[in-house]
Ligand binder design. Structure first.
Ligand code: 3PG
Length: 400
């Protein structure tokens, strides 16, 4: 159910859960937002509610404070950025359900926006105790007439502002949550073929559930990033000083066999960029994936692998990409991630979905055209759990 189905929101106080968990650098009180992608993605729903005359009360978390106020995790810099993006004032409450929040909400006129301080400054937000969470959700619910859930990045969390509050107020999904759910439903339930999934990132153990769920659906699985070395090791190669999860080798061997049984093409790196150390001025070379020297680490996919992946992407009608191909934060190891992203955005004539977290950050940090992908997710853990085929509490609670 979208916000249109909530009835006329004019004059109503709308509690809007957004995911404004952005990276900050610098000292508390003087910090800088280094990637405002999530704030920008939250704007359309805030704007739509303002345009409809609602009094918008945005709630969000930042980082993982320990359940009490901590200046390093204040949402104050986020309020400032949100206000710049909206071109309108955002009233900032210095607490979440206390006097400042109540006064700030009471002062709103139709079309105004407030942001309340970090939800996780109250330990009840993330409590495992249902009664504690419900008590906090009730205090949040008292600040509003309706609830809109738009924090896609947190819908996998059973937390007071994500789950419990939806059981207390009339509710709807915001535009971002709807767009995310539609994009993932399309690639999970009705993919056009050929269907290619590109997985990367450092640890294969983070992706086991995704591989497990997608192996039965895809035509090709392309593996890069640090996780590829456990696949190479499972095939009997020496991987030198590269990342290797020895305890996953048997599981990975099982996936290799399952892919072969199902006729899924499993495409692994054929060459890698190696260096003795992970640094921006490292001495690099390209070696075959079957011959990584003992004193070198594989830190990116090599040029022959990029070509191989391009060939496998060229005719794809559906692509899901999750996880960088190398240590893209450092220039010598960014090429694989950049070229794979460019290939997906330029070659694929169909649906391309980029999982959130590192891959979405890579698209932005490498200055690539975000509009060239069908969808770039704002959710890291949430998008992974959807790809694992899980039901997410923050979505199921909206379905009643
Ligand atoms: C994220 O960064 O993935 C979301 O904001 C959720 O944050 P969390 O992992 O701290 O719950």
């Amino acid at each position: 159910k979208g916000i249109d189905e909530l009835g006329d929101p004019r004059g109503k106080r709308v509690l809007l859960r957004s995911d404004l968990n952005v990276p900050l650098e610098g000292e508390a009180g003087d910090s800088v937002i280094t990637d405002d992608g999530r704030i920008r993605a939250s704007v359309p729903t805030v704007q739509a509610l303002r345009d409809a005359g609602a009094r918008v009360v945005v709630v969000a978390h930042l980082g993982r404070p320990k359940g009490s106020p901590d200046a390093r995790y204040s949402l104050a810099p986020v309020a400032k950025r949100l206000s710049e993006l909206l071109g309108a004032e955002v009233a900032f409450a210095t607490d979440t359900v206390g006097e400042s929040a109540r006064k700030t909400v009471a002062s709103l006129n139709d079309g105004d926006v407030a942001l309340l301080e970090n939800l996780r400054f109250d330990a009840r937000e993330t409590s495992k105790d249902d009664a504690e969470r419900e008590a906090f959700a009730r205090e949040l619910a008292e600040l509003a007439d309706v609830f809109v859930s738009d924090g896609f990045g947190v819908v996998h969390r059973k937390q007071a502002s994500v789950y419990d509050v939806a059981t207390l107020l009339p509710h709807a999904a915001g535009q971002l949550v709807l767009a995310e759910v539609r994009a993932f439903s399309k690639v999970l339930d009705e993919p056009e073929r050929p269907y290619v999934v590109v997985l990367g990132g450092s640890k294969v153990s983070d992706k086991l559930g995704v591989i497990d769920n997608l192996l039965d659906k895809v035509d090709r699985l392309l593996i890069g990033g640090g996780m590829a070395f456990t696949f190479l090791a499972a095939q009997g190669y020496e991987v030198g000083g590269s990342l290797l999860e020895r305890d996953q080798i048997d599981t990975v061997r099982g996936y290799i066999e399952r892919a072969a049984d199902r006729g899924v093409e499993l495409v692994l790196p054929v060459d890698v960029v190696v260096a003795a150390e992970i640094s921006a001025d490292a001495q690099t070379s390209v070696v075959p994936a079957s011959a990584i020297p003992a004193d070198q680490k594989g830190l990116d996919i090599g040029p022959a692998t990029i070509e191989l992946f391009r060939g496998n992407l060229a005719d794809a009608k559906t692509v899901v990409w999750n996880g960088p191909m190398g240590v893209f934060e450092l220039t010598p190891f960014a090429g694989g991630t950049r070229e794979v992203a460019v290939a997906i955005s330029s070659l694929v004539d169909g649906t391309s979905v980029v999982g959130g977290g590192d891959s979405a950050a890579a698209v932005r940090q490498l200055g690539l055209d975000e509009g060239a992908f069908t969808h770039i997710s704002t959710g890291g853990g949430a998008s992974l759990e959807l790809l694992e085929g899980k039901k997410l509490p923050g979505l199921t609670v909206l379905e009643d």
